[in-house]
Design a protein around this ligand. Structure first.
Ligand code: MG
Length: 385
């Protein structure tokens, strides 16, 4: 057997991708990068490929193909372009683990392709499980593929479950920082700007997930993600606001005992745990110090003000294609908010209207998901104009 774990990073130029490369660079005897892919950040992709010398790279936006090819072919790195290449590269024989760090719905198809090829998945792209959780988890079970969560909350739960996989879960408790607008009421949020919403108190992340954190949609998506990852009923998933982001989530077992995982908010830890599982490997990440956190506090989430969390529970309860509708409407809402076309509170309005207007499909096929996603985006844009 090949001694190093050979990794494909789908979405290497984003926040998770760049931090994954730091983790890998710190452990050259454990990991090797086989594939890097980027949507359109050709310059960073080229720089990363020069450093880690992968077997292949993909630039999804083919407008940048010539530039990437000219830079990397002399280094004997294969260069591909386009969305289809993104999906097929995840199936290469020489890959042991695929880190899916793409943003949003775009992660769905490459993740399916990777699972079909029997690759274990380190999942950072939560939207994939939100959109098509049933399809993904049953395909993974059929192919004997493991899905290791990278999302910090789900990593925390996974870490609590190691050694406990045979013990039933009573419920899980996902922690939420509450985002930059915790404690605010609707009236305070009418004129919130993009810059204010992009300032997260504890985590540095990409724009999409940062806005989702400010609206609590991120927690809503994580509730749905958790349902699929840990095979739970909707009533077994709870959310508690914990502004310090030190407890990353908790599991309550049937005897009433609760286990939690703690640490400073640093995505490199859950990334490393997912890549190295079942091993814990030494890190130089800053350590938690109780003296710096004399109080860890908890509150109930305010779903009157931050309706997205309630809408996500509603979509999860209805099931079928409704989480896919929720996700597509939210991707349009976040985009239009970032383009300063709609206000902060209108994001939830748009999601709510799409959930009430789109046709319900109880047991969607892959094509149904693709169509639901497409039609919801069209409807959402109509509703904005
Ligand atoms: Mg998270």
């Amino acid at each position: 057997m090949y001694s190093k774990k050979r990794i494909a990073i789908l979405g290497s130029t984003g926040s998770i991708g760049t931090q994954a490369l730091q983790v890998i660079a710190a452990h050259p005897h454990v990991f090797e990068v086989e594939v890097l892919t980027a949507q359109r950040n050709a310059d960073l992709l080229i720089e990363q490929a020069r450093q880690v010398k992968p077997n292949a790279v993909v630039i999804a936006d083919d407008a940048h193909y010539e530039k990437v090819k000219a830079a990397l072919l002399p280094l004997d790195i294969k260069v591909y372009a386009g969305e289809n290449a993104l999906a097929s590269v995840a199936q290469m024989d020489t890959i042991d683990l695929v880190l899916t760090a793409l943003v949003g719905y775009s992660g769905l198809k490459p993740t399916i392709k990777a699972i079909e090829a029997g690759k274990n998945i380190a999942l950072a792209n939560k939207e994939t499980l939100v959109v098509a959780g049933e399809l993904i988890t049953s395909l993974a079970a059929e192919k004997g593929v493991n899905i290791y969560p990278v999302d910090s909350e789900h990593s925390a739960i996974f870490q609590c479950l190691v050694g406990e996989f045979h013990n039933p879960i009573e419920k899980i408790i996902l922690t939420a920082s509450g985002g930059p607008f915790r404690g605010k009421k609707k009236n305070d949020l009418v004129h919130v700007t993009k810059a204010q919403a992009l300032k997260h108190p504890n985590w540095t992340m990409g724009a999409k997930v940062t806005i989702d954190s400010a609206t609590l949609m991120n927690k809503g998506l994580e509730v749905i993600e958790a349902k699929w990852l840990f095979k739970l009923k909707p009533h077994q998933v709870e959310v508690v606001v914990h502004p310090q982001s030190i407890i990353h989530s908790l599991v309550q077992f049937e005897d009433g005992s609760i286990k939690a995982q703690l640490g400073l908010p640093d995505m490199r830890l859950p990334i490393q745990f997912a890549l190295a599982y079942p091993n814990r490997i030494k890190s130089e990440f800053p350590r938690f110090d109780f003296a710096h956190y004399p109080a860890l506090t908890f509150e109930k989430p305010d779903t009157e003000t931050f309706r997205n969390l309630a809408l996500a529970f509603e979509a999860l309860g209805r099931g079928g294609n409704m989480p896919c509708v929720l996700n597509a409407a939210n991707e349009i809402a976040v985009n239009e908010f970032l383009n300063e076309k709609i206000g902060f509170l209108q994001m939830s309005d748009l999601v709510e209207r799409c959930l009430s207007k789109m046709n319900y499909i109880a047991s969607p096929s892959y094509e149904d998901y693709v169509n639901t996603d497409k039609e919801t985006r069209i409807r959402a844009k109509e509703l904005i104009n």
